[in-house]
Design a protein around this ligand. Structure first.
Ligand code: GLY
Length: 395
């Protein structure tokens, strides 16, 4: 009897201490965030439904919304934002709208001309599956994975990223492609077809072998020789120069390898994510508020724009990496980013009626496009970070 009561006392203490542990995650001040974001959330519902007009970004110069059809690599983020806001708020209007925007993306399951299948299909249908049990969504994910697999080259052991610049590149693979592997892993689970799993793992291995520098930063584009299967060139497309550490690219690597670890539990992927995360969060040029300049190697730092999207891609990845490592530095970075972004420096003003939440993402230097604007994927990974932090409280 004494032993049993003693056990209850110990368990009671353990529970109290795990409750106070939980508090560590609630210093986000949920009410404050809700109050700030509600005004922005409702503007997403004001935006008209049109299958040809996924909102991608907003030009602060011309004051116009960049509207794109579903084939654009960013369409899934817009649909995904509605699912994520539904998950955060429970407001059914967002769920209804999420279903509509998601349905508009379906035809992309046949589009084999792009590697961006994961961004388009998983950010839309994948989030949809988190919300509801839906066999159609599962079928669409598997069909999309099959289409994406047509871009896999078994000799190079990678998925081809882009089809443009054929005069320059034989088989370009970009670090962003790591973000498409989640679709393949989930398709393997849904269908039982292990080919998807193997393609994802092979792609992750090839990228791990060739894409990273000694300082653990990543190149953007690797070009492979289709005959020898060897690397022909290591260059950039969106960074400031070929040897630069383009900020969002580091984010794709950190977030992507953390995801590969989730599905494989192979420590080498965890180490890859850790090393690049440490490069990022300990970088001497990372500003105090955690929002990086758009390229760590830019010679004009600090006189260049930040990239909110790079910060949110990393923040979301680091909430998950924290769960595997228990390294508080990762959680602290994610919380710092959320706290910085809810300030008026970054969150869009209430009276600006556009379907975005955050300002100051950096799109594409190569096209001199979307430089320092609200961009849909900055919002997507911000919402994902909020969800992941919230879910951490439930552990
Ligand atoms: N995947 C393209 C980009 O990150 O801009």
């Amino acid at each position: 009897m004494f032993r049993v009561s003693f056990l209850f006392i110990i368990l009671g203490f353990a529970c109290v201490s795990c409750k106070s542990e939980d508090k560590k995650y609630t210093d986000l001040s949920k009410l404050e965030i809700d109050a700030l974001l509600n005004a922005r959330y409702s503007q997403l519902l004001d935006y008209g439904v049109d299958s040809m007009a996924f909102a991608r970004s907003y030009s602060t110069e011309t004051k116009t919304i960049n509207k794109r059809p579903s084939k654009d690599w960013t369409s899934g983020f817009f649909a995904g934002n509605f699912w994520q806001i539904y998950m955060l708020t429970g407001n059914k209007a967002f769920k209804e709208r999420a279903k509509i925007w998601t349905a508009f993306v379906e035809k992309e399951k046949f589009n084999g001309g792009t590697h961006d299948m994961g961004f388009k299909i998983f950010c839309s249908f994948g989030n949809g599956l988190t919300v509801e049990d839906n066999q159609d969504y599962r079928d669409i994910i598997v069909k999309s994975a099959r289409t994406l697999s047509t871009r896999y080259n078994p000799h190079i052991q990678s998925i081809r990223s882009w089809d443009f610049n054929k005069d320059k590149w034989q088989f370009p693979v970009i670090i962003d492609n790591m973000m498409n592997l989640e679709l393949l892993f989930e398709a393997a689970k849904i269908s039982g077809d292990s080919t998807f799993y193997s393609i994802a793992v092979n792609h992750a291995n090839t990228t791990m072998k060739n894409h990273f520098r000694k300082d653990h930063s990543t190149w953007h584009v690797l070009d492979y020789d289709t005959i020898s299967g060897q690397v022909r060139d290591r260059v950039t497309h969106q960074g400031i120069n070929d040897d630069s550490a383009w900020a969002r690219g580091q984010g794709w690597a950190i977030n992507g390898y953390t995801t590969v670890y989730r599905y494989t539990k192979d420590k080498k992927y965890l180490d890859r994510a850790i090393n690049t995360a440490d490069f990022f969060i300990n970088h001497k040029d990372l500003p105090e508020d955690g929002i990086p300049y758009w390229d760590f190697s830019h010679p004009d730092i600090p006189n260049i724009p930040r990239d909110v999207s790079a910060a949110t891609v990393v923040a979301s990845g680091l909430v998950e990496l924290y769960q595997y490592t228990k390294n508080e530095a990762y959680l602290n970075y994610s919380k710092k980013v959320v706290n910085s972004l809810k300030s008026t420096n970054y969150i869009l003003p209430k009276d600006l009626n556009i379907p975005f939440i955050l300002n100051h993402s950096f799109g594409d230097w190569s096209k001199r496009h979307e430089m320092d604007e609200p961009i849909v994927y900055g919002d997507y990974y911000f919402l994902q970070t909020l969800l992941r932090l919230r879910d951490l409280e439930k552990l």
